[in-house]
Design a protein around this ligand. Structure first.
Ligand SMILES: [Cu+2]
Length: 120
C-alpha cells in the first residue's frame, strides 16, 4: 500500500512538472514568433473590409486582424517566421487597396465595386 502511494505521488509530480515545462516552452515560442503591425490603407466600406479579410485569411501566418473603417487602418498579428510586413502589404495591394507606401495594384483596383473606389 505504501509503495502504491509513493508511485502515485511520483507520477503526479512528474505530470505537474511536464505540464509546467510545456507551458513555459509554449509561452517562449509564442512571444518570439508573434508580431503586430498596423497598416494604413484606403478602406471605404464594408465591401472593402470583406475583400481585405478574404486576402488576409488566405495568407499563411496571419493569426488575427482587425480592420478599422473609421481610422482606415488594418491591424495584423502574424507569425514572423511565416510572413512579414512586406508580404502583408503586398497582399493588401493585390486585393486593390493601398497599404502604407505600397500603392494598390491598378488591375485589382479597377475590379473593385464602385463604392470601394476613391472619389475622383
Ligand atoms: Cu468598399
Amino acid at each position: 500500500m505504501c509503495k502504491f502511494i509513493k508511485i502515485t505521488l511520483f507520477l503526479f509530480i512528474m505530470l505537474c512538472f511536464s505540464t509546467f515545462m510545456v507551458n513555459t516552452l509554449d509561452a517562449q515560442t509564442a512571444t518570439k514568433k508573434l508580431e503586430e503591425i498596423t497598416i494604413n490603407s484606403s478602406l471605404r466600406c464594408g465591401m472593402c473590409e470583406a475583400t481585405i479579410s478574404k486576402s488576409l485569411k488566405s495568407l499563411q501566418g496571419v493569426k488575427a486582424y482587425k480592420i478599422n473603417l473609421l481610422k482606415n487602418t488594418i491591424w495584423v498579428k502574424y507569425k514572423s517566421d511565416k510572413t512579414n510586413p512586406d508580404e502583408l502589404r503586398n497582399a493588401i495591394s493585390k486585393s486593390g487597396y493601398d497599404a502604407d507606401n505600397v500603392k494598390a495594384d491598378p488591375g485589382a483596383y479597377m475590379k473593385l465595386p464602385s463604392c470601394c473606389k476613391k472619389p475622383s
